[in-house]
Design a protein around this ligand. Structure first.
Ligand code: SAH
Ligand code: SF4
Length: 424
């Protein structure tokens, strides 16, 4: 992007280009998606409203944007008819472009999305009997290069903006038809409490029975290398007058960006998942190279210090099962020992490795995974084995990678060497 500032991030390999909260558009209008109330009010004031009106309108517009999901100012029925064209001349309500939508034979859906400046990224929806989980991306590509992860074979193209992160969830609600329904008939322009009215059929709308119930920041990218935008997007998602999803239903997964973990707990406060994947320095250095910067001890200490972790809200340790690499009985016992040593309220998610073309590993055989799970479970730690979902459409964990970024083996080796050198 041309219009970016460089944000220094502790431990990052290169400064990551961070687009400003407002991405300039050719038509001069401003996309409101991704902006909080206060920022919207500022923009309304700058466009000529007095400060009281700007605040009130911002509150109304915020509700329509994030709680009701409207995509036209004309639909904002509690805003005076003359005001709506005024808004439409100056502002837009954006969504990422959908390039392609695929459905797996197990019901998993994957969307290939495109940013306004032409970068592709992906999001995945995984329906289950008792929940529906949206797997959201935080970056186009990834600076890290975990060796078992297809996204890691992409360069980082750029961080997604807060609007592009929250835009994924909004798009999913559009696609699933899950915005609260209803008109604002009889709504008093100046009385905002009326906004929580009845719908067309006289019913009060409710959040029950939704398909999309949970969000995991486990798509493309490392969310803690795009901290501000991910935090701002998650705040809109958790806002009771925004998308209104409870923080207990949101999980952020990190490969172990230790210096940002405390802030994640304090400023976002969602559930934490940590991509541990190995219990010795040697193996973790190889498969999760950020380990060379922040080692296992430091990482587990940051987990022990994570604000909000408790037996009721456990930290999830993700552990990808790689044949003959990290899947021995000794590895399982060492994992238990580490969790106990740091007194972590933990559960372990065992993820069978999802293969991709050219991947340097194989998945552990089922008996090995079963044995590993038993050892952890017998030590009193929950250790479910995750069923791979959406493999047939390359939607499973670690398979996300956009076609435009596919590289030859020689290019991959060069890229790995570059990333390794940068990590030192
Ligand atoms: N960058 C963050 C979040 C995205 S990855 C992180 O690394 O935690 C989400 C999860 O999928 C991580 O635990 C990641 O290690 C795992 N994963 C990556 N590639 C995988 C693969 N090929 N098979 C199974 N899991 C994989
Ligand atoms: Fe990046 Fe996560 Fe993949 Fe590692 S596992 S390369 S941090 S997306």
């Amino acid at each position: 992007m041309t219009d970016t500032a460089l944000m220094p991030i502790p431990g990052v390999i290169d400064p990551v280009p961070v687009p400003r909260d407002i991405t300039p558009r050719a038509d001069g209008r401003v996309d409101l998606i991704g902006l909080p109330r206060e920022r919207i009010a500022e923009l309304f004031a700058k466009a000529g409203l007095d400060s009281k009106a700007a605040k009130l309108r911002a509150k109304q517009v915020f509700h329509w944007l994030y709680h009701r999901g409207v995509t036209e100012f004309e639909a904002m029925t509690d805003i005076a008819k003359t005001m709506r064209p005024w808004l439409a001349e100056r502002f837009v309500i954006g969504r990422p472009d959908v390039v392609e939508a695929q459905v797996s034979n197990d019901g998993t859906r994957k969307w290939l999305l495109r940013t306004a400046d032409g970068h592709d990224f992906e999001m995945v929806f995984i329906p289950d009997a008792d929940r529906g989980t949206l797997c959201v991306s935080s970056q186009v590509g990834c600076t890290l290069n975990c060796r078992f992860c297809h996204t890691g074979t992409m360069r980082l193209v750029r961080n997604l903006t807060a609007g592009e992160v929250v835009g994924q969830v909004m798009l999913a609600r559009d696609a699933l038809g899950e915005w609260p329904k209803g008109t604002m008939a009889g709504f008093d322009d100046d009385n905002l409490s009326d906004a929580y009215g009845e719908d067309d059929y006289g019913r009060n709308y409710t959040a029950d029975g939704r398909l999309l119930t949970n969000i995991v920041m486990m798509g493309m990218g490392e969310p803690l290398y795009n901290f501000d935008n991910v935090r701002d997007a998650l705040r809109l998602i958790m806002d009771g007058d925004g998308l209104a999803l409870s923080k207990r239903r949101i999980t952020l997964s990190t490969s172990g960006v230790v210096p940002m973990m405390a802030r994640a707990g304090e400023e976002i406060g969602v559930n934490l998942a940590v991509s541990l994947h190995a219990v010795s320095k040697e193996v973790r250095d190889e498969i999760v190279p950020i380990n060379k910067k922040y080692g296992i001890e430091e990482l587990l200490q940051a987990c022990a210090d994570y604000p909000g972790a408790s037996n009721a809200r456990r930290i999830t340790f993700e552990y990808v099962m790689l044949k003959d690499k990290n899947d021995s009985e000794d590895d399982a016992r060492e994992l238990v020992r580490l969790i106990k040593q740091y007194k972590l309220p933990a559960k372990v998610n065992l993820i069978p490795f999802n293969p991709w073309p050219g991947a340097p590993y194989e998945c552990s055989p089922p008996e090995r995974i079963k044995r590993f799970a038993e050892i952890v479970f017998d030590a009193g730690i929950s250790a479910p084995v995750r069923t791979p979902r959406g493999r047939d459409i390359d939607a499973a964990c670690g398979q996300l990678k956009t076609a435009a970024e596919k590289k030859s083996r020689a290019e991959l080796d060069r890229l790995y060497a570059e990333k390794e050198a940068a990590l030192g």
